[in-house]
Design a protein around this ligand. Structure first.
Ligand code: ADP
Ligand code: ADP
Length: 225
């Protein structure tokens, strides 16, 4: 089954001088696949993710999640950014529970789900900490847990480890693979770091210079631990 299908997507930003960000982008991602999208800065990677997340409308073309068109933000897509975008006045648990509160999930169930994802990202013992009391890697763990707690069909990650130091980044990459293996989520991960893409992905999709288009998808056959 295809979780993500992108057909002939075009995006032009209407400025005084229009900016063509995407041109004829086609992409299919199967359920459970880990795809990395690589390409130079400014080629349109973030634009593509925002369109898949329903945050932005394409000028032309279609985006389907499990066969259904995406027209606005939905809980089916979970987006993780480089900036952690945590709520500073909420604890780790309260941050992770945020989406569940919005969906009116009963308190007891919320607590249970928050506990499960706190454990999944290895933050036991830090439940009552506020974001400013956490390291960068830990903040990104909270951000990932908060997104997964909403049980999205696809996880969209935009340079999530770009702000971390090399050692923490390596550790987070390993953790993300474990999380992926446990949750079997479909992941589309944007990076301009080829090493990172090779380490993480089943498939690497290459986007060329703006207006971004997809020229090639490479299947990686790496042994996994
Ligand atoms: P990055 O290369 O890290 O993706 P950018 O500088 O391209 O960062 O974009 C940062 C934010 O600014 C994005 O959310 C994008 O929507 C917005 N942005 C980028 N370019 C323009 C532009 N020419 N006009 C208005 N907003 C822009
Ligand atoms: P990437 O994520 O690959 O760095 P982006 O999707 O951020 O690329 O940007 C692609 C192109 O579209 C860039 O030229 C950028 O300046 C432009 N752009 C991005 N967001 C906006 C926006 N909100 N308004 C106008 N132009 C934008």
């Amino acid at each position: 089954q295809n979780d993500i299908e992108i057909k002939n997507l075009n995006k032009t930003y209407n400025q005084k001088k229009p900016i063509k960000a995407l041109q004829n982008v086609n992409l299919t991602i199967k359920q459970g696949e880990f795809t990395c999208l690589v390409g130079p800065s400014g080629c349109g990677k973030s634009t593509l993710l925002r369109i898949i997340a329903g945050l932005e409308q394409p000028t032309k073309g279609k985006t389907l999640i499990q066969g259904k068109p995406i027209k606005k933000p939905t809980p089916k897509t979970g987006l993780v950014f480089q900036e952690y975008t945590l709520f500073p006045w909420r604890t780790v648990t309260q941050n992770i529970e945020f989406g569940l509160e919005i969906q009116n999930t009963p308190k007891k169930q919320r607590k249970k789900i928050a506990k499960q994802y706190t454990k999944l990202v290895g933050l036991q013992g830090f439940e009552d900490n506020y974001p400013h009391q956490l390291s960068g890697g830990m903040k990104q763990r909270v951000s990932i847990a908060r997104t997964l707690a909403n049980n999205p069909t696809v996880l969209l990650m935009d340079e999530p480890f770009g702000a971390l130091d090399a050692q923490t980044r390596n550790q987070m990459q390993k953790e993300l693979l474990k999380i992926w293996q446990k949750t079997k989520k479909t992941i589309l991960f944007v990076t301009h770091n080829v090493d990172e893409a090779v380490y993480l992905a089943d498939k690497i999709t290459i986007m060329t210079q703006r207006p971004g288009t997809i020229k090639n998808t490479i299947k990686i056959n790496l042994p996994r631990e």
